[in-house]
Design a protein around this ligand. Structure first.
Ligand code: DAH
Length: 349
């Protein structure tokens, strides 16, 4: 038995010498020391020997096993070292090659424009409040005096979450929320995303951005509103840009008006000049005016519902179509590219 053992040991040592790669070494280890390996089988056989022989032989087998194990470990370290040395020679790195760059992104044109508007309002003493995209039906409609039979409440126009919650259809609900928690004087703008069940076409998408404005104080009049609209339009479209108000109706303002601006594509297309409207202008169709927002004096009923006494305070509100204004400013004819993540388009702004 002892002879057999020595023979096995010699055989193992010499085949270890001929191993040149790590994968082979791993196989070899399993074959010799694994459950079905020669040495393991021998160790099992030792169990059936008479006790005196068993002790001595068992010890010997274990010694040999430890020795082989340490030889394998040494061989492994040697193979790893030579593999590393070789790869250091063959795998050279050319440090003069240009590295991989990650192109820096840029702000979306709508975001850029929104921030620009925010700067104006901050300079005029407004606070910015945002609200959440999911609103209660109460704040989105009821508190804004929008009756049950109003078309905007229809399921075909509005995304309902459940019976009492909707994806806000405008930023106006934040008028109410602001008045509920803050006493006048109030000067806030509400920039943000709104959602409607609109079919997608060149000028409609189910998601777009608005910016609400609300000013409440003692003695606020329509003249204050008018002055504010002039300020905004001149800031965005240039000093010569003009504002025109047309009587309109919104349930939450009285009186209400639609805000038109002088056409940026023809009338104010040259900085510092006011040109006559062009008959074939694709933006204003020759009228010289472009419709941009709604506005009005906050309805006394809305003030009352929000906990503000209309006999003491008055105020105005406006809802700027931020997406529409961005298109107007940059002359972008359709809304599609805003949502396509096309870097070529976005990089221009
Ligand atoms: N919320 C209106 C809309 O989305 C826009 C609007 C009109 C806002 C008049 C106002 C306002 O604050 O006074 O169509």
């Amino acid at each position: 038995m002892l002879d057999k053992l020595t023979a096995i040991q010699q055989k193992i040592s010499s085949s270890l010498d001929s191993i040149k790669i790590l994968a082979e070494l791993a196989n070899f280890r399993v074959q010799t020391l694994g459950r079905k390996g020669e040495l393991t089988r021998l160790l099992k056989a030792v169990g059936s020997l008479p006790p005196e022989e068993r002790k001595e032989l068992g010890k010997k087998v274990n010694e040999i096993r430890d020795q082989i194990l340490s030889e394998i470990e040494n061989k492994k370290a040697a193979l790893e070292a030579s593999a590393l040395a070789e790869s250091l020679i063959t795998e050279t790195i050319d440090v003069t090659l240009p590295g991989k760059t990650s192109p820096a992104g840029s702000l979306h044109p709508v975001t850029q424009f929104m921030w620009r508007l925010e700067e104006l309002f901050i300079s005029l003493g407004f606070d910015i409040v945002e609200g959440s995209l999911i609103e209660t039906v109460y704040h989105n409609f009821d508190a804004l005096n929008t009756p049950h039979n109003h078309p905007s409440r229809d399921e075909g126009d509005t995304f309902y979450i459940d019976e009492t919650h909707v994806l806000r259809t405008h930023t106006s609900p934040m008028q109410v929320r602001t008045m509920e928690r803050q006493k006048p004087p109030i000067r806030v703008i509400v920039p943000g995303m709104v959602s409607r069940r609109d079919e997608i076409d060149a000028t409609h998408t189910p998601v777009f951005h608005q910016m609400e404005g609300l000013v409440i104080d003692r003695g606020i009049t329509f003249a204050d509103l008018r002055g504010m609209l002039d300020t905004i339009v001149r800031y965005v479209f240039g000093q010569e840009a003009k504002v025109r108000l047309r009587p309109s109706h919104f349930p939450f303002t009285e009186p209400s008006a639609e805000v038109d601006i002088s056409c940026y594509a023809c009338v104010t297309s040259k900085p510092g000049k006011l040109l006559p409207p062009k008959d074939d202008c694709s933006v204003c169709k020759g009228s010289g005016w472009v419709e941009l927002w709604g506005c009005g004096m906050v309805h006394p009923e809305v003030l009352r519902k929000s906990g503000i006494d209309p006999s003491e305070y008055s105020g105005y509100a406006f809802g700027l179509g931020v997406t529409r204004m961005t298109s107007a400013l940059y002359g972008i004819p359709t809304l599609k590219p805003y949502f396509e993540n096309d870097v070529q388009f976005l990089k221009q702004f």
